[in-house]
Design a protein around this ligand. Sequence first.
Ligand code: NAP
Length: 300
Amino acid sequence: MLTGLQIAVIGGDARQLEIIRKLTELDAKLSLIGFEQLDHAFTGAAKEKIDEVDFSHIDHIILPVAGTSLEGKVETIFSNEKVYLNQEILDQTPSHCTIYSGISNDYLTEITDKANRKLVKLFERDDVAIYNSIPTVEGTIMMAIQHTDFTIHGSEITVLGLGRTGMSTARTFQALGAKVKVGARQSAHIARITEMGMTPFHMDDIEKAVANTDICINTIPHLVLTASVISKLPVHTLIIDLASKPGGTDFRYAEKRGVKALLAPGLPGIVAPKTAGQILANVLTQLIGEELQTRKEQQS
Ligand code: NAP
């Protein structure tokens, strides 16, 4: 139970509702900032404006997956209010206050560093990234079906990267009957791709490897689908770029060549916000519970 903890949930989308639900079930007291248009009421959670909150009593701050913008703005789907997080707010919090976000940027890292508060980036955790790969792959399958006139079964699918998302993507498309090739740069990854019964290739050989691709799914957050690589793809190829913005595709050249290329950010929040929220809620409650336990042990 998280009885006695005060947590500020600042902004976010439907995923945050699962987090709020779980935290209130565990008896934490919540200040919900940027939720005034949310019809649903949660017992133990009060909708407040950011300047009404007494941050000196806040044990944890939960930000949306994207954290803040480079100007400190926090995305608020359930509000028209403009909400900004700045160092002055963090300075008011107790020294043990932890800030949770999916990812960070220079602004968020700088204000948490300057305020000397701990920032936890949930998406850097292997468990979150692996769980999150499940709705990501389901969203990728949805896009592949929507944007092609052929079946996945029997198609030539090229997956770039054998990280947490790439591995789930390659395995699922193979299970659907596709002929899957995977590009990686580490010899251990090449060995794993072979062990999984797929065709491996080294990223140095990408131009040769993509020649028969029907669907190319990129998970590498660097420019790997260059103009030169795209020029080797058949024109009917569909590129689904999952890598974080700006993706790993030369979209300008793809358009010029007539190859359909789609940047597909945030698929878990789009196709399965409830599951994506539960993934975050489970990890968050575990982390907050552990921190509470550690503080209690230090105090006794
Ligand atoms: P990850 O586990 O770190 O995997 C990234 C892969 O890219 C690794 O296999 C890595 O290989 C490879 N890589 C990185 N730089 C490379 C380079 N210069 N050349 C060749 N390979 C390179 O990350 P992840 O969790 O799978 O996530 C992958 C991307 O998808 C991230 O950008 C993430 O934000 C994004 N994502 C998007 C969605 C969505 O909804 N669109 C959902 C989840 C994740 P090495 O091991 O050799 O470095």
